[in-house]
Design a protein around this ligand. Structure first.
Ligand code: GRF
Length: 240
């Protein structure tokens, strides 16, 4: 078991990126991020995990690592704005640099998103802009598409419409069903999400005025994970 402090790599240069993770479900992406933090592959630490679903598996996963958790379901009849305000108030207590939506299945208020502009990222299980919203694996299969994947993007008020940063492609195979396809996409999510967080932690990736920049270059289109030149560490992957 490790505490958040143990997530810090031995020789960090500069401040370690302070993360809050919002998750509604299993939290396998949270697990991948925690692994990357603990191993020192990314200079980040998870300060708190918040869920809108009491008892979500993701919360137990965080607790097993000694990370504080909060259950913050919307109150009966509560507006999205009010729920967003309570979320922001909770985050303020942790001095957070980046908020990570890792399977957070609730639409956030425009005010919440605006307050965290450039400091809020999401992973979506499709090659955006294709298949925004739910049931992406089913929709890919029903459309007979041959390619699927996932996208890490900065979040704006438009659902799954914020500027994309990195995508990973997955080939749809003969005989795939939703579960098989989802499992292969999830594997790729566990690679690309920590990678993007690592870029932000290293100060390589920013998003100002809705424009993501990696190493100072504006990203007009998302990078493709299979076209990155790989080095041994997450942080040194560079576009080909
Ligand atoms: C992932 O497929 C993510 O893209 C989607 O919800 C799923 C969450 O999985 N938004 P997990 O909770 O990280 O296992």
């Amino acid at each position: 078991m490790s505490s958040p402090a143990e997530c810090e790599p031995a020789t960090p240069s500069g401040r370690v990126l302070r993360l809050a993770v919002l998750a509604s479900g299993t939290g396998s992406n949270l697990g991948a991020i925690l692994d990357a933090c603990r191993s020192g592959r990314i200079r980040a630490q998870v300060l708190v995990v918040i869920s809108d679903r009491p008892g979500a598996t993701a919360l137990g996963r965080a607790q097993a690592h000694g990370i504080p958790t909060l259950e913050l379901p919307p109150l009966s009849g509560e507006s999205r704005t009010s729920h967003g305000e309570r979320l922001l108030a909770a985050l303020t207590r942790f001095d957070i640099d980046l908020v990570v939506l890792a399977g957070y299945m609730r639409i956030l208020s425009a005010e919440f998103v605006q307050t965290l502009a450039g400091r809020l990222i999401n992973i979506h299980p499709s090659l955006l802009p294709r298949h925004k919203g739910l049931h992406t694996h089913r929709r890919v299969l029903e459309a007979g598409e041959l390619e699927h994947g996932c996208t890490v993007h900065f979040v704006t008020a438009e659902l799954d419409g914020g500027p994309p940063v990195l995508q990973s492609r997955v080939t749809v195979l003969e005989g795939d069903d939703e579960a098989r396809l989802a499992a292969r996409v999830l594997e790729r999510e566990h690679v690309v999400f920590p990678r993007v967080i690592g870029w932000i932690a290293d100060g390589r990736l920013t998003c100002d005025q809705g424009i993501p920049r990696l190493d100072g270059h504006a990203l007009g289109a998302p990078l493709l994970e299979d076209r990155l030149l790989e080095d041994s560490t997450v942080g040194e992957a560079t576009p080909r």
